[in-house]
Write a protein that binds this ligand. Structure first.
Ligand SMILES: Cc1cc2nc3c(=O)[nH]c(=O)nc-3n(C[C@H](O)[C@H](O)[C@H](O)COP(=O)(O)O)c2cc1C
Length: 257
């Protein structure tokens, strides 16, 4: 879409082909489209996303014996990310590139045993650790040599990277979450997804109710049109409108209201 105002992506943690999660996220995306945004639904079901490997992906230790992973989430002294690719070679990085390029990010998941699905949790862990702002850690380093080394990394960084150190890679993007369930734990799962935005320096719009939907006794039937949750649909529509409005406000694009 050549004249789009920006892009909103929705990442679905469902493992089902005709997923309720996708169904509700598409309602949110549709509202964003109506407001002039390009949209993309990214299902994780066919993707391989491993959990964060922490120590296991670190390079050999430096002269002080400290190992150093690409995302920088390793033992002090530095804590400073390289902001290049995650060392684990699976389907994560191309999706993370889309997150970095988007103006709005919607995370969606069905409830699996009271919780978000392992795949979207793995994505959250890796995206969060790669995107975090770490520049402020310097202020809390006690060892002068550690402080000097960390400062040196920031001083030698490009202006773009310096901005990332201060604010993180997803700074002031707009985030929203959607959770679906057969019966319970939708709020808990929604809250799990929402936690991501709070640590990534992002901005979150709301709706007229928490954006969750209950599928009832046969939860899988909603996406097949065999079960309706009109209130859930309205909640998603308003979430989409609020998401588009918030992106416009943060990008100084005029709004109707
Ligand atoms: C492994 C697994 C665990 C589930 N656990 C719960 C649960 O704890 N509570 C619940 O109400 N529904 C549970 N469900 C049902 C799904 O949350 C429900 O069918 C949902 O609508 C599926 O969404 P989807 O179509 O987007 O995958 C579970 C389903 C699966 C496959």
């Amino acid at each position: 879409m050549a004249d789009s105002l920006g892009k909103v992506i929705a990442i679905s943690g469902s493992m089902r082909r005709d997923a309720n999660t996708d169904y509700y996220m598409n309602i949110v995306l549709k509202e964003c489209e109506k407001e002039g945004f390009e949209t993309e639904l990214i299902p994780l079901r066919n993707k391989r996303i491993e959990g964060c490997a922490y120590d296991l992906c670190a390079e050999d230790g430096d002269e002080n014996g400290y190992s150093y992973s690409h995302c920088g989430y390793q033992h002090p002294p530095y804590w400073m990310p390289k902001y290049d690719v995650c060392a684990l070679k699976d389907d994560f990085w191309p999706i993370f590139e889309k997150m970095k390029a988007a103006d709005g990010i919607i995370l969606g998941s069905p409830v699996y045993f009271g919780s978000a699905t392992p795949k979207i949790k793995a994505l959250i862990d890796r995206a969060g650790i790669c995107a975090e702002a770490r520049g402020h850690y310097i202020r809390y380093l006690k060892d002068p040599e550690q402080k000097r080394k960390a400062q040196e990394m920031i001083d030698n960084a490009t202006p773009e990277m310096r901005n990332w150190y201060e604010n993180g890679l997803l700074y002031r993007k707009v985030g929203a979450a959607v959770a679906v369930t057969r019966r319970t734990s939708a709020n808990f799962t929604w809250a799990q997804l929402m936690m991501f935005f709070g640590i990534c320096n992002m901005i979150v719009p709301g709706s007229i109710y928490w954006p969750v939907s209950i599928g009832g006794a046969l939860g899988y039937r909603t996406s097949r049109g065999e079960y309706q949750d009109p209130e859930g649909e309205e909640i998603m529509e308003i979430l989409g409108k609020n998401m588009a409005w918030t992106i416009k406000k943060t990008k100084d694009i005029p709004t109707k209201d």
